[in-house]
Design a protein around this ligand. Structure first.
Ligand SMILES: [Ca+2]
Ligand SMILES: [Ca+2]
Ligand SMILES: [Ca+2]
Length: 159
């Protein structure tokens, strides 16, 4: 599989676009609000699908996300010890900063064991995926990619 921009960058771009704080989303060339958009998605969303929807069925499943994250992780784990050490993290964080500046989410060794393991590597991307998966069915579909996320912090208890 040809490797593209990577799962994390694809997700952080689409999250930023949907939040309206990125040039990747609805730009000046987009139709005004209310105009028919057809099936068109913001460019970041198209990139997100191109990167992560490996079976091309129009939805990104959690399994597709995990597969893409694993590919990214293995590419960074140059010495194949199952974790990213200081040099590997430093190189990757530099690359991310150069590529995406303000939308960068750097790798972080949360438990300070000097290595970034797969869960630490994936945590930001997984939580962004949950944010995009607004109906919590474990997949992100085109409808979810088209609509801006509603910032809801109140959880209404279900009976
Ligand atoms: Ca798919
Ligand atoms: Ca760690
Ligand atoms: Ca969903």
């Amino acid at each position: 599989m040809a490797h593209g921009i990577g799962a994390q960058l694809a997700i952080s771009m689409v999250v930023a676009a949907l939040a309206g704080c990125s040039s990747f989303g609805w730009g000046r060339s987009d139709p005004p609000p209310g105009a028919p958009r057809g099936d068109r998605l913001p460019s970041a969303a198209e990139k997100f699908l191109a990167e992560l929807d490996t079976d091309r069925d129009g939805v990104v499943t959690r399994a597709e996300l995990e597969g893409a994250l694993r590919v990214d992780f293995d590419m960074l784990d140059l010495n194949r010890n199952g974790g990213l050490d200081h040099d590997e993290v430093w190189t990757e964080n530099n690359r991310r900063w150069t590529e995406s500046r303000t939308t960068t989410s750097p790798l972080f060794d949360w438990n300070k064991d000097t290595i970034v393991d797969f869960d630490e590597f994936s945590s930001t991307t997984r939580s962004s995926f949950r944010q995009l998966d607004r109906n919590a069915d474990g997949t992100v579909d085109r409808d979810e990619l088209r609509s801006r996320p509603v910032r809801r912090v109140i959880v209404i208890p279900q009976r």
